[in-house]
Design a protein around this ligand. Structure first.
Ligand code: FUB
Length: 324
């Protein structure tokens, strides 16, 4: 090989290396478009994000989702569910929560921004694929009523280590937890015969989330008004999935040099590792429109004493983290 050819080979290798470094870097937002309330989840070797389409209520008639092999490169899957597949839903399809059970995927959602006496609330849909299409599982809302003052929205479905399925939900400043039956067609009563247990912590507005680590239950929620700049996320730690949940402090909030209204989050744990990523929405600086919310990812770190270190929100996001 001539000296020129060797030089050329080195230059090409260097360019390929630099390109790989560039594509390994993430960015926030992680994908284009106004998407809020992102639920991050891992199915097999793939990351998924299920967000709300952030738009006028009447236009929120569908949901898209996104998949990624590495948290950096995302593929959009359009309209995985819409109001034509859910006869009772007209608008406000919000805050998807997706779980896998017995090789089927269940998407819990809320619809219609329901008020007393109206039809709507929390529904459940099912598909053979995490990318849909999802069809209505029971043909009616799973929760239509307003109990303990909680609007039936913003559900999060949590599977405990003993196999029990819980659903935390609620807007209007109140949070309930319910148990789900085995095929997700109905709510299961607690031992005392009640269906709903209120678990509202101090400061709670909406967007509950649960994570279990080292046998302890980390309950998280959004505070403030989602249309205002100071929307944020707080948490509590408990020995029980039903609390009590005593507020310990904030996990994520606005940073005047990066973005405002950082909230309605979820957390992805790398399977088998003590490594966590927070998926949340925020409003870009200079934007005041309440629907201008986009989806971001940053690292979430636990302190040695088990508390959560306040998350630094960034423009850079996270670097490539393949699951294989
Ligand atoms: O995106 C619609 C609503 O805004 C959600 O249900 C709330 O949590 C808030 O993020």
């Amino acid at each position: 090989m001539t000296r020129h050819a060797v030089m050329k080979k080195h230059v090409v290798t260097a360019i390929l290396f630099l390109t790989s470094l560039i594509s390994a870097d993430g960015k926030n937002p992680v994908f284009e478009g106004w998407y809020a309330d992102p639920e991050g989840v891992v199915f097999d070797d793939t990351y998924w994000i299920y967000p709300t389409w952030s738009d006028r209520f009447e236009k929120q008639t569908f949901m898209d989702c996104f998949s990624s092999p590495d948290l950096v490169n995302w593929t959009r899957h359009e309209s995985i569910i819409d109001t034509t597949a859910v006869k009772w839903a007209r608008k406000c399809m919000w805050a998807p929560a997706v779980v896998e059970k017995d090789k089927k995927y269940y998407l819990f959602f809320s619809a219609n921004d329901v008020h007393e006496g109206e039809t709507g609330g929390i529904g459940v849909a099912v598909s053979d694929s995490p990318a849909g299409p999802f069809r209505d599982h029971i043909g009616k809302p799973l929760i239509n009523e307003i109990v303990n003052g909680a609007q039936p929205i913003d559900q999060y479905v949590f599977r405990d280590s003993d196999g029990s399925w819980y659903m935390y939900y609620g807007g209007w400043g109140h949070c309930n937890v319910v148990r789900l039956n085995d095929d997700f067609t109905a709510l299961e009563p607690w031992e005392d015969g009640r269906i709903y247990r209120e678990v509202t912590p101090e400061g709670y507005t909406e967007g509950p989330f649960m994570l279990k680590r080292d046998g302890r239950y980390y309950f998280m929620w959004s505070e403030g008004d989602w249309g205002s700049p100071d929307y944020n996320v707080a948490y509590a730690i408990s020995d029980s999935p039903t609390g009590p949940f005593r507020r310990l402090g904030l996990i994520i909030k606005a940073d005047p040099s990066v973005a405002s209204a950082a909230g309605h989050h979820s957390v992805i744990q790398i399977p088998g590792e003590d490594e966590y990523y927070i998926i949340y929405h925020r409003r870009p600086l200079g934007h005041t429109h309440s629907d201008h919310r986009h989806t971001c990812i940053d690292r979430m770190i636990f302190n040695a004493d088990g508390t959560i270190a306040p998350v630094k929100i960034t423009h850079e996001g996270v670097t490539s983290r393949p699951l294989r």
